[in-house]
Design a binder for this molecule. Structure first.
Ligand SMILES: [Zn+2]
Length: 448
């Protein structure tokens, strides 16, 4: 009998999200340190393992933590502003002016902590961010216990943490040199806002710096028809051909949205090994369009799901994102077989982890992987009866059903309550900043 640090057993269901989407009717997971050392049938594993800490998970479903592959965490402070505007007007009239007025080290830290709290409570154990003052997001991620890939935002015009765009290379290097060392749970990345707001020189040097450091390069890509037209008119090429020519597409490049990708562009991305973050709710809310998900899945690309910043969503609920990812494609293609539940669940777990370059570390419950695990309370009217747990996870479960969360084998959520973040304090402070933002909007006459 082997004694391990943590033994979770008697779960009503266990969905591994491995390549066969293996499920166990009564499942158990043994964890030693930060790694999974066994996954399987509960009665079988009880013969081999005991835990220094043991949790009977009767009435729960065990699965890997969800992976949110695209967000701007601090934007939770701008949630719900500018409803009804298309992307360019929403950014230009509401978001950019408010970021200039309000986003600083303190508010980015607060907004990120608020988002991390929402994500942990909703079963997200890994997120990929792109924003400003990203060192402070690293601080919030480290304190909270969540896993994160954090991209310092770079644009060719003034930003809240880089008023002089000519200095942005220095800013990026300073970010990388200051990034907290000594943990692989929180990793740095660089994030070019879009191929429209970053010129060819910027896209090239940012990718070069990413290659030198072996880190993820991120960019928004083909989110709106306007963005696609801008690239065509400036460069005489499709956005993907343009990025290919610049040499920025490879296995450590993550593109977000990809709403207006053509079949030849998808082929190029697939050949380059570039991954994509599919963000259906943001695309729906901003009226950006419907991404060619069936074509993306068929191409074999690594695809994750992303909420995008919750100012354009307006939440960080990955269960809701899965539901929309499955249903939007069906209604748009007039085909109930499109975007099946299993493919969508993979996007939210192992697909997302792979898209971030973390596929060997997290995203599924498998031997040797990091113990990023969530338990969902299935004794609820909307989850009964449960014939197929995969179907229920995509179409019926909600973020509010998550009861326990472990990251690196450490319990960060118990009974729906976060143990690493002072929830009442964060909510109260976010409300205070929200009141300041409203007062500012009233003074400046910006209509929301
Ligand atoms: Zn985004």
């Amino acid at each position: 009998m082997r004694e391990v640090d943590l033994f979770l057993f008697n779960s009503d269901w266990l969905v591994t999200c491995d390549s066969h989407m293996t499920r166990f009717r009564s499942g158990a997971v043994a964890v030693d340190g930060d790694r999974i050392v066994a996954v399987g049938d509960s009665d079988e594993l009880k013969k081999s393992f005991t835990g220094r800490r043991e949790i009977d998970l009767r009435g729960h479903l065990l699965m890997p933590g969800l992976v949110n592959t695209h967000t701007h965490a601090a934007m939770s402070l701008l949630r719900g502003l500018g409803d009804g505007l298309p992307l360019d007007r929403w950014l230009g009239e509401i978001i950019f002016p408010l970021e200039e007025a309000f986003m600083n080290r303190d508010t980015v830290y607060l907004g990120s902590l608020l988002s991390i709290l929402e994500m942990l409570k909703g079963g997200v154990t890994t997120f990929c961010d792109g924003y400003f003052f990203e060192e402070t997001v690293a601080g919030a991620a480290l304190e909270s216990g969540i896993r994160a890939v954090l991209g310092q935002g770079i644009l060719d015009f003034p930003t809240p943490d880089q008023p002089n765009p000519a200095e942005s290379r220095k800013r990026a290097k300073a970010f990388l040199s200051r990034f907290p060392a000594g943990t692989d749970r929180v990793r740095p990345s660089l994030f070019c806002h879009t191929p429209c707001t970053c010129g060819p020189k910027t896209l090239r040097w940012v990718k070069k710096l990413c290659r030198e450091h072996g880190i993820l390069f991120q960019t928004h890509l083909s989110e709106t028809t306007r963005e696609v037209q801008t690239i065509w008119s400036r460069h005489g090429k499709s956005p993907v051909s343009y990025l290919e020519k610049l040499g920025v597409l490879d296995e450590l490049t993550l593109c977000a949205h990809g709403v207006w990708l053509s079949p030849p562009e998808i082929k190029i991305l697939a050949e380059k090994g570039t991954s994509l973050s599919h963000c259906p709710e943001s695309n729906m809310k901003l009226g950006s369009g419907v991404a060619p998900v069936s074509g993306l899945i068929a191409s074999g690309m690594r695809i994750g799901l992303g909420t995008d910043g919750c100012a354009g969503n307006d939440n960080l609920d990955m269960f809701s994102e899965m539901d929309k990812a499955a249903k939007l494609e069906k209604v748009f293609r007039d085909n109930p077989l499109a975007s099946p539940a299993e493919a969508v669940l993979k996007m939210a777990t192992i697909g997302g982890a792979s898209a971030l370059g973390l596929g060997s570390e997290t995203g599924s419950l498998e031997l040797g992987k990091k113990a990023d695990i969530i338990a969902i309370d299935i004794n609820q009217p909307h989850l009964v009866p449960m014939y197929d747990p995969v179907s229920h996870l995509v179409y019926s479960a909600t973020a509010g059903d998550v009861r326990f969360v472990w990251v690196d084998g450490i319990q960060v959520l118990t009974g729906g309550i976060a143990s690493t973040i002072d929830e009442p304090a964060v909510i109260s402070e976010a409300r205070r900043v929200g009141n300041e933002i409203i007062a500012h909007l009233n003074r400046s006459g910006i209509g929301v």
